[in-house]
Design a protein around this ligand. Structure first.
Ligand code: UTP
Length: 291
């Protein structure tokens, strides 16, 4: 068994109902943030974190994702004929980003179920889970920071962010205590899914990055469907907690929830303002709006 985190699972079998009607036909993961599908940000983060093999858990209607990371002969041939060298290099670079495998989740039976679909492809080794909706700007990349914690501590690591106030009710929230040696690490003893503000055990909200040991697969197999008939990843991790150490990690960086309309708008404005080719023009445009 390898103890290195080499593989990353991208659950992308969900229906994306928060982004309807855009997601009726187009997979949520393929919505563009400025000019790049949101899933590509996650793939680039994984590669920059040392991941060698990417596993997409897809579902019905997600074909565009497979095509995006594949070679597009017609497009490449046309760009070549027209002498558009830079665009050709861009198109080709996407298809050679990483080794990618696909597994299909026949029905969207929950995030835990989606992760379980990747069991055979992951095998008996620790692995990462990246929720593509969460676009994270961080240096070093968020997943790299987490893998460093995993390598040092040897237990599963859940990325968290500190959420003040009632907004915490939208998340899974950690219970436990801050580590004595590293203020970013939280020694986890439990977790509560979407608690009322008054009942939240901490301010540590779980977001879409995980490094997990393979034991979680066996525990997910035993997990019975919870709310809405779905198999929740948090239920599998709660079972894991009874057997192994699990850490929360407050990553250094910023997260945008690009699976939500407002989050996508925020990310669009901020990412656009960082693009050298039109940042100045866009800033002037924003300043000119009668807000
Ligand atoms: P979300 O709940 O954010 O995604 O799940 P969703 O269900 O697609 O979207 P909404 O809430 O209806 O708008 C987080 C991630 O887990 C995947 C989703 O594709 C998303 O990337 N997921 C969720 C699955 O792969 N399978 C599922 O059964 C559920």
């Amino acid at each position: 068994m390898s103890n290195r985190v080499r593989k990353a699972v991208f659950p992308a079998g969900g229906l994306g109902t928060r982004f309807l009607p855009a997601t009726k036909v187009i997979p949520k993961e393929m919505l563009a943030l400025v000019d790049k599908p949101i899933i590509q940000y996650g793939v680039e983060e994984a590669i920059a974190s040392g991941i060698e093999h990417i596993i997409f858990v897809t579902g019905r209607g997600k074909g565009a994702m497979e095509d995006h990371f594949d070679i597009s002969y017609e497009l490449d041939a046309t760009l070549e004929r027209k002498g558009k060298k830079e665009l050709l290099a861009l198109s080709r670079s996407i298809s050679s980003l990483a080794r990618i495998s696909y597994v299909r989740q026949k029905e969207p039976l929950g995030l835990g179920h989606a992760v379980l679909c990747a069991k055979e492809l992951v095998g008996d080794e620790p692995f990462a889970v990246i929720l593509p909706d969460d676009v994270i700007e961080a240096e070093p990349p968020c997943l790299k920071q987490m893998i460093d914690v995993f390598d040092e501590r040897g237990g599963s690591v859940l990325a968290t962010q500190t959420v003040e106030g009632p907004g915490i009710s939208a998340y899974g929230v950690l219970a436990g205590s801050q580590d004595a040696h590293n203020v970013r690490i939280y020694n986890c003893t439990g977790m509560v899914e979407k608690p009322k503000f008054e009942d939240a055990p901490s301010k540590q909200a779980i977001i879409g990055r995980y490094v997990l040991t393979p034991r979680v697969f066996e525990l997910l197999e035993k997990t019975t469907p919870g709310a809405g008939g779905e198999i929740q990843l948090t239920d599998g991790i709660m079972a894991l907690l009874k057997e192994e150490k699990v850490f929360g990690y407050t990553f250094k960086g910023r997260r945008f929830d690009a699976g939500d309309k407002f989050g996508m708008l925020q990310a669009t404005v901020e990412f656009a303002l960082k693009r050298p080719e039109f940042a100045d023009k866009f800033r002037e445009y924003l300043k000119g709006l009668a807000l």
